[in-house]
Design a protein around this ligand. Structure first.
Ligand code: ADP
Length: 505
C-alpha cells in the first residue's frame, strides 16, 4: 500500500494538470502542472472557484454541468465529448484543452478530479494536416481538370493533322516528300497513342467511365483479340495463341477487353522471341484469365511500381522510348473500377504472367462475341460517291472534306443538323453520311442521321465518328447501315470504311 505522502507526490508530478473540486466548483487541490498551465500561483488557485480558469462564456453553465456529473453518480468520462473545450490563462489568453473527469468519494462527499491537457499543438497539427489535405485535393482536381481540358482540346487538331497527312500522302509523288510524310505519320500516331492514354486516365478519374456488367463468354473475346494482335505479333516473329476451356464470366466485357489489350500490347512489346499466350482457367467462384509471355521479364523490385503512372523499368522519366508508362496505370484503374484483382508473376529473362481474376457468370452468357472494331474490317475496293459530312469542328471538317475529296468523292460538308437537312433536301440525298457523334448543342450524330433518314427517301449508309465510344456504343441502334469509328481517326481506316459502306454501282 502506498503512503498518502507518496500518493500526493505522484499527483504532484503527474504530466497532466490535475485539479480536485467540490460540487460548488471550489478548488481543493491543484498540482504543479496546474500552475504551469494556467499561470497562477497555487495559493491563488486553492479555495478559488474553478470559474477562474474558464473563459467567461462557459461560466454560467458550469454549475449545471457539475450537478449533472453528480446526479449520474459520477463516473470516469471525458468532459464535453464532441465539443471543443478551452482553458483561460492568467494573461487572458485562451488555449484548447482536453479534460478527463473522475469522481472521488471523500467521507460521503462527492468530489471531482479533472485531468487537464493542453492540446494546442495537437490541434495546430490537425488543422495543418486538414489544410494540407484540402490543398492536395485542390491540386489533384486542378490536375484532373487540366488533363481533361488539355487532352480534349488536343484531340481535334491532332485529328486534323492525321487526316491532312492522309490527304498529302495521296497527292504527293516525290519520294523524299513521301518519306517525310511517312515519318510525320509515325509521329502523329505516337502522339495519338499518348493522347488516347491521357484521355482514358482523365475519363477514369472523372468517373465518366462506368462499368456495364454482364455475363459473357471468354473464348470469343480471346479469338477476337488474337485476330486483332496477330499482325503485331507476327511482325516480331512471335506466336500468339489462346488456350483453356470455354468459361463465362461476369464483368464489363468492353472494359475487360481494354485491360487485356493493354496487357497483350505489353506482352508483345517486351518479348523478343517465343510466344504470347492467353489462358483461361476456372478456379472456384472465379475465372483466372492470364496473359503470359516469354519476354524480358520484370525484376522483383520493380513489381510494386510498374502500375504507377509514367513508371518504366530502367528508364528515367522523360527519356525517349516506345510507350509512356501509362498502359499499366490504366489497367490498374480499370481493375479497381471493376472490382477485380490483378496478379503479376515474372522472372527476368524468362517472361511474365499477368493474371486477372473475374467472378464466374451467374447465368448463361451471351454467345455472340463482342463486336469487332469496324475500322478493322477488311476494306472493299473504293469508288466515288456523294458524301454528306457533318462535323462541328471547323479544322476537322476541312481536313476530312479534303481527304474525302482527294480520294475522289463529292463532299458536302456542314456543321449543324439544320444545314445537314437543308443540304440533303437540295442535293436530293446522299449515298453516305459521315457524322461526328457530339455535335455541341445540336445533339448527337445519331439524331441527325435519324432525321435525315426520315426526310430522305433513298436509303444510305452512315459512319459515326466518336471519341466517346462507350456511350455511343450503348446508344447505337441495331442498324446494319450504321458503323462506328473511334477518334483519332486514321485517314486510311476512314477511307477503307467509306469504300466498304458505299452501295455497289
Ligand atoms: P509502357 O509499356 O508504355 O512503358 P506500361 O505502364 O504499360 O508502360 O508498363 C510499365 C513498365 O512495366 C514498362 O515500361 C515495362 O518496363 C514493364 N512491363 C510491363 N509489361 C511487361 C511485360 N509483359 N514484360 C516485361 N516488362 C513489362
Amino acid at each position: 500500500m502506498l503512503s498518502s505522502t507518496l500518493l500526493g507526490s505522484v499527483l504532484e508530478s503527474a504530466p497532466d494538470a490535475i485539479v480536485i473540486i467540490d460540487l460548488d466548483g471550489r478548488m481543493l487541490f491543484a498540482n504543479r502542472q496546474m500552475q504551469a498551465l494556467f499561470g497562477f500561483e497555487r495559493r491563488e488557485l486553492l479555495d478559488a472557484n474553478i470559474d477562474l480558469l474558464l473563459p467567461e462564456r462557459y461560466r454560467a453553465r458550469h454549475a449545471e454541468h457539475r450537478l449533472r456529473f453528480a446526479s449520474g453518480g459520477g463516473r470516469v468520462r471525458p468532459m464535453g465529448s464532441g465539443r471543443e473545450l478551452f482553458g483561460l490563462h492568467r494573461s487572458g489568453s485562451e488555449f484548447p484543452v482536453e479534460i478527463s473527469l473522475s469522481p472521488i468519494h471523500d467521507d460521503g462527499l462527492l468530489l471531482v478530479a479533472a485531468a487537464i491537457r493542453d492540446v494546442s499543438e495537437h490541434r495546430q497539427a490537425q488543422s495543418e494536416l486538414l489544410e494540407a489535405r484540402l490543398a492536395a485535393d485542390r491540386a489533384n482536381s486542378a490536375k484532373s481538370r487540366f488533363l481533361a481540358t488539355a487532352s480534349h482540346d488536343l484531340r481535334q487538331p491532332l485529328q486534323s493533322l492525321g487526316l491532312l497527312n492522309g490527304s498529302l500522302r495521296r497527292l504527293i509523288r516525290d519520294a523524299d516528300a513521301l518519306e517525310a510524310l511517312n515519318q510525320q505519320e509515325t509521329a502523329i500516331a505516337s502522339m495519338a497513342r499518348l493522347l488516347n492514354a491521357l484521355l482514358d486516365i482523365s475519363k477514369l478519374e472523372s468517373g465518366a467511365i462506368r462499368a456495364d456488367v454482364a455475363d459473357f463468354a471468354v473464348t470469343p473475346l480471346f479469338e477476337l483479340l488474337c485476330r486483332e494482335f496477330q499482325p503485331m505479333a507476327q511482325a516480331k516473329g512471335l506466336t500468339l495463341l489462346w488456350s483453356g476451356r470455354e468459361c463465362s464470366v461476369r464483368s464489363d466485357p468492353a472494359l475487360v477487353g481494354q485491360i487485356l489489350r493493354n496487357l497483350i500490347t505489353n506482352a508483345v512489346k517486351y518479348t523478343t522471341a517465343g510466344r504470347v499466350e492467353l489462358r483461361c482457367v476456372a478456379s472456384g467462384e472465379r475465372v483466372l484469365i492470364e496473359v503470359a509471355d516469354t519476354g524480358i521479364g520484370i525484376a522483383a523490385e520493380h513489381l510494386d511500381a510498374i502500375c504507377d503512372e509514367f513508371y518504366q523499368v530502367g528508364v528515367p522519366t522523360n527519356a525517349a522510348r516506345e510507350g509512356y508508362g501509362l498502359g499499366l496505370s490504366i489497367v490498374k484503374r480499370l481493375v479497381d473500377l471493376l472490382g477485380l484483382t490483378l496478379t503479376i508473376r515474372s522472372e527476368p529473362g524468362r517472361g511474365s504472367v499477368f493474371g486477372l481474376a473475374i467472378p464466374l457468370a451467374r447465368g448463361k452468357a451471351a454467345d455472340s462475341p463482342p463486336a469487332a472494331d469496324p475500322a478493322l474490317a477488311p476494306a472493299a475496293a473504293p469508288r466515288q460517291a456523294r458524301i454528306l459530312l457533318v462535323e462541328d469542328d471547323a479544322g476537322v471538317r476541312d481536313a476530312t472534306r479534303l481527304l474525302l475529296r482527294v480520294a475522289g468523292h463529292a463532299v458536302v460538308a456542314v456543321a449543324t443538323r439544320e444545314e445537314a437537312l437543308a443540304a440533303a433536301a437540295t442535293a436530293g440525298g446522299f449515298e453516305l453520311v459521315v457524322s461526328d457523334y457530339h455535335l455541341g448543342n445540336d445533339g448527337s450524330g445519331l439524331e441527325v442521321i435519324a432525321a435525315l433518314r426520315e426526310c430522305c427517301p433513298a436509303p444510305f449508309n452512315a459512319i459515326i465518328v466518336t471519341g466517346d465510344t462507350s456511350s455511343a456504343m450503348r446508344e447505337l441502334p441495331q442498324d446494319p447501315r450504321l458503323r462506328l469509328l473511334s477518334k483519332p481517326v486514321h485517314a486510311d481506316k476512314l477511307l477503307a470504311l467509306v469504300g466498304e459502306l458505299l452501295p455497289p454501282v
